[in-house]
Design a protein around this ligand. Structure first.
Ligand code: G
Ligand code: G
Ligand code: NA
Length: 256
């Protein structure tokens, strides 16, 4: 289709844009990391969110190419932000990885190459994976995760609590963190079920030694409840929507 053709060209030429959404330390109110979120500035339809085109990317074999562009662009930007504040606590970057990318054999070496090219230390990078990849090809996913660990990159399971991986799989996975799905977070403090689920996820993360981040925090009540439950890192519209690099840079400057 027309959209597919345009998208292929946009990905090939790098005519895409990254937005960044802050991840907040709830105890200090500071930005500790950002999540890169891709946008497609379409010539006639405007700035398109990934929901509109990520499926096309998966079905047209563009996932690898798009993923490499996002990683390279995000890592280069993060390196530039580190240079602006060399003595401050180093900002982290989270990048979403599609299942197709994660189960590609050379994925970890691709990441290693991008880290070298952009002169970025891997410990500042967190790759957000989904349980889908693990279910689709457990062997290859595990092998890639071990290689990523070797190069010092962190991995978090995104949308945790909505997928199909078992606790047995979680136990065996070399990951560093969990991101609590926003479906459990947006009504937190008003819904007994969500409270029980988030409490259980935080306890699970604690006992596995995993970092835990809540996404989709929209109210002060949800934020307070998270702190009460021991989850002190969060993302959501209450703090900031995804924004362009310049706007994020202004926010970073304000907290220095
Ligand atoms: O920004 P928005 O809410 O439209 O994002 C919708 C979904 O697209 C999110 O679940 C997010 O994980 C995914 N997404 C955003 N940016 C990227 C990206 O760079 N790569 C991949 N694979 N997925 C992304
Ligand atoms: O699942 P993932 O973390 O990749 O999703 C990121 C998407 O979630 C982004 O597209 C972003 O726009 C959206 N998002 C971020 N914060 C909030 C929020 O507080 N509420 C809602 N509804 N969506 C959010
Ligand atoms: Na994500």
């Amino acid at each position: 289709t027309d959209v597919e053709l345009h998208l292929v060209t946009a990905v090939r030429n790098g005519d895409l844009l990254l937005h960044y959404q802050p991840e907040i330390d709830l105890l200090t109110g500071t930005i500790t990391a950002v999540e890169a979120l891709v946008r497609w500035p379409h010539p006639t339809l405007g700035l398109l969110p990934p929901g509109v085109f990520i499926d096309v990317v998966e079905t047209t074999n563009l996932a690898g190419e798009l993923g490499r562009w996002v990683l390279r662009t995000g890592c280069r930007q993060l390196r530039a932000w580190h240079a602006l504040d060399p003595d401050g606590p180093p900002l982290g970057l989270s990048v979403n990885v599609t299942p197709a990318e994660l189960i590609t054999r050379d994925f970890a070496s691709t990441v290693a190459g991008i880290l070298t090219d952009t002169d970025l230390d891997g410990r500042h990078l967190t790759l957000e994976i989904t349980e889908t990849a693990i279910v689709r090809d457990t062997r290859q996913a595990l092998s890639t995760l071990r290689d990523l660990k070797d190069i010092g990159v962190k991995v978090a399971i995104d949308d945790f609590g909505t997928g199909y991986s078992s606790l047995a799989q979680l136990k065996a996975l070399p990951v560093d963190g969990l991101k609590i799905d926003r479906g459990f977070v947006h009504s937190l403090g008003q819904d007994a079920g969500d409270l029980a689920i988030v409490r259980a996820i935080v306890a699970l993360a604690d006992s596995f030694g995993l970092a835990v981040v809540a996404e989709g925090v929209e109210t002060e009540l949800a934020a307070r409840t998270l702190v009460d439950l021991g989850c002190t890192r969060a993302q959501g519209y209450l703090y900031a929507k995804p924004c362009g690099a310049a706007e994020l840079e202004t926010m970073l400057a304000m907290q220095r």
